[in-house]
Write a protein that binds this ligand. Structure first.
Ligand code: SF4
Length: 77
């Protein structure tokens, strides 16, 4: 099985809106970077991950029930 790359400082969170089931786990685990809209879908802050939040981001990515949350090294183009 392919290993999912770990989030690193300076990377950007991304959500696959097709896979997301709006449970809100990511906002609970990483409120500094993720808020929820009125339907429970995540709204990402869009800033690069600061070093002090990397562990929380890794946990949020790992706990997402549908693997909809990931970290990407490039900003959204
Ligand atoms: S934890 Fe995953 S499925 Fe749940 S709201 Fe966040 S991105 Fe969507």
């Amino acid at each position: 099985m392919a290993k999912i790359p770990q989030a690193e400082a300076g990377q950007f969170l991304r959500v696959n809106p097709i896979a997301c089931v709006a449970r809100g786990m990511c906002a609970e685990l990483l409120p500094e970077q993720v808020k929820l809209d009125e339907w429970g879908y995540p709204i990402l802050k869009g800033d690069p991950l600061p070093p002090q939040l990397v562990a929380h981001a890794r946990r949020a990515i790992a706990e997402c029930p549908t693997l909809a949350l990931r970290s990407d090294p490039t900003p959204r183009g």
